[in-house]
Design a protein around this ligand. Structure first.
Ligand code: ATP
Length: 236
């Protein structure tokens, strides 16, 4: 059996009032796109923040490509790219500079061709000398995605990747995620409260509600359960 790209072992988070995420066991298959569907406050960002070492779990742990996020956090981080909901900093840097800087952070000596590919594919190339502070919200989202991929991670975490973007950008980002998965074999975990997004992109979907995983199935079965109201959530 190959090492799962992501495996959580009873990972949980309690910020102090009530648990934001109850102990969660989740295992992604290599090469799949997995959707974590849930309304505001379900615990989606909390999970992503723990997986990327932004916050510590209250209990439990997870591994990324076999590396424990607590005991082997550097190795785990080298194998994961993350696109957070928040906007990139580095306001006075150009797009190209941000991407080069980020490559250096991973110790990659010559990453010019890969960065050029990412800038072209994400329609950033013509704007590569613009400062981050001059970019529109959509361009910043594209830059966040490019930045998450400079080190060619095996696992990509996308936290509500199309929230607040227009239809054209949304469709383009959907295509890009599918391409990345198909052509580069990248495993993807994406969070969303948009059923259509999960349905279009994901092989499997888990439903997170008030910090608990209340359903998990192949996309077709899961959508069937949602439409038959066998699984009930309000997504807005
Ligand atoms: P959204 O779709 O709005 O981003 P989410 O599913 O990502 O929601 P989280 O942001 O993980 O949900 O929040 C889960 C719960 O934890 C919520 O009740 C939220 O208020 C709480 N929470 C999140 N971050 C913190 C924090 N830093 N301190 C205290 N409580 C927090």
């Amino acid at each position: 059996m190959s090492t799962p790209p992501l495996k959580t072992s009873a990972i949980s988070k309690d910020y102090g009032q009530s648990p934001a995420l109850y102990p969660l066991d989740l295992e992604l298959k290599s090469g799949e796109i997995f959707g974590l569907l849930g309304p505001n406050g379900a615990g989606k960002t909390t999970l992503i923040s723990m997986l990327t070492s932004l916050i510590d779990p209250t209990s439990g742990t997870a591994s990324i490509m076999g590396f424990d996020i607590l005991k082997d956090s550097i190795a785990a981080r080298l194998n994961v790219g993350v696109v957070p909901q928040e906007i990139v900093s580095h306001g006075f840097f150009s797009i190209e500079k941000v991407l080069n800087f980020h490559s250096g952070y991973y110790g990659i000596a010559d990453n010019r061709e890969h960065i050029k590919y990412l800038m072209h594919r994400l329609s950033l190339y013509e704007h590569r000398n613009k400062l981050v502070r001059q970019l529109s919200g959509g361009m910043k989202r594209r830059l966040l995605i490019a930045k998450s991929l400079v080190h060619r991670p095996a696992l990509l975490l996308l936290d509500e990747p199309t929230a607040g973007v227009d239809v054209d950008l949304r469709n383009d980002l959907w295509q890009f995620v599918l391409e990345l998965n198909r052509d580069h074999g990248t495993t993807v975990l994406l969070t969303t409260h948009y059923i259509k997004e999960a349905e279009e992109l994901c092989h499997r979907i888990g439903v997170l509600h008030l910090g608990r995983l209340i359903a998990l199935d192949d996309t077709r079965n899961l959508i069937h359960q949602l439409t038959r109201r066998q699984v009930q959530i309000r997504l807005t």
